[in-house]
Design a protein around this ligand. Structure first.
Ligand code: BTN
Length: 227
C-alpha cells in the first residue's frame, strides 16, 4: 500500500534524502517520508526547494515498481489531487493560475530497482519571499484552502490510481493538463511553440526549422507564463 509505513519529521534535511536512506536499508515499496520543514530541500537541476515550516506538503515515497512514466504519473496525480484547476508545465511542475504550486523530483537507482519520488506542494502559504512572489503560489492563495494532511490523503489515492493506469491513459491525462501546448517556449538554444509531448515524455516544440524534441534534464526552459 502506498503511504505505509510512514515516517514523519518535524525538521529534516530533505525528505528525499531520508527516503533514499530508507530505500538503501530495504524499506518496502510505498514507504512514505513527510516533514513539516526541510533545511536542505532540493529541486530539479541542482536548485533548492524552500518552504516556511508547515506551509507545504513535503513528502517522498520509496518506490520499487518503476517505469519511465513515473514523473508523468506523479504530475497527473498532483493535478487530480489539488482542489483547484491545475496544469502541468513540462517536465513536471504543477501550476495554478500561471504560478508554480508544486514541484516533483525523482531520484534513485532504477538499475537497483528503486526510486524516490519527492513532491512538494505549497498548501497554506499566504506569502512568498520577494524573489518567488511572481512565480510561486499556494492552494490558499489560489482560493482553495486545505491542509497538508488533506492534500496528502488525496494525493496518495490519486497517485495509487495513476500507478495502476495504462501508459496510454497516463499520457492522455498528462496531455489534458499540458500548460505549454501552443505557448511560446525559449531555451538555451532555441525558441518555438509547445506542441505536446512524445510517448516517452520529451517536449515537442514547433520551431522555424521544424519540430524538435527536448529531453528533461538536458534543457532548461527559460521562464514564460503559460497563462
Ligand atoms: C522542483 O520543482 O525542482 C522539484 C521540487 C521537489 C521538492 C520536494 S519537497 C519534498 C522532497 N524533498 C526534497 O528535498 N525535494 C522534494
Amino acid at each position: 500500500m502506498i503511504g505505509l509505513p510512514r515516517v514523519h519529521h518535524r525538521l529534516t534535511d530533505s525528505t528525499n534524502e531520508r527516503a533514499k536512506a530508507l530505500a538503501l536499508g530495504g524499506a518496502p515499496h510505498g514507504t512514505l517520508v513527510t516533514a513539516d520543514e526541510q533545511s536542505a530541500g532540493r529541486g530539479r537541476q541542482g536548485r533548492a526547494w524552500t518552504a516556511a515550516p508547515g506551509d507545504a506538503l513535503l513528502m517522498s515515497l520509496v518506490l520499487r515498481e518503476l517505469d519511465e512514466l513515473l514523473p508523468l504519473r506523479a504530475a497527473v496525480a498532483v493535478c487530480e489531487a489539488v482542489p483547484v484547476e491545475a496544469r502541468i508545465k513540462w517536465p513536471n511542475d504543477v501550476w495554478v493560475g500561471g504560478r508554480k504550486v508544486s514541484g516533483i523530483l525523482v531520484e534513485g537507482r532504477p538499475q537497483d530497482g528503486w526510486a524516490v519520488l519527492g513532491i512538494g506542494i505549497n498548501v497554506t502559504a499566504e506569502e512568498f519571499p520577494e524573489e518567488l512572489r511572481e512565480i510561486a503560489t499556494s492552494l490558499a492563495l489560489a482560493g482553495a484552502a486545505s491542509s497538508t494532511e488533506r492534500v496528502l490523503a488525496d494525493l496518495l489515492v490519486s497517485f495509487e490510481r495513476q500507478l495502476g493506469a495504462s501508459a496510454a491513459d497516463v499520457l492522455a491525462a498528462w496531455r489534458e493538463h499540458d500548460a505549454l501546448l501552443g505557448a511560446e517556449i525559449r531555451w538555451e538554444e532555441g525558441r518555438g511553440r509547445g506542441a505536446g509531448i512524445t510517448d516517452a515524455g520529451a517536449l515537442r516544440v514547433d520551431t522555424e526549422s521544424g519540430v524538435v524534441e527536448l529531453n528533461a534534464g538536458e534543457v532548461h526552459l527559460q521562464r514564460s507564463r503559460p497563462d
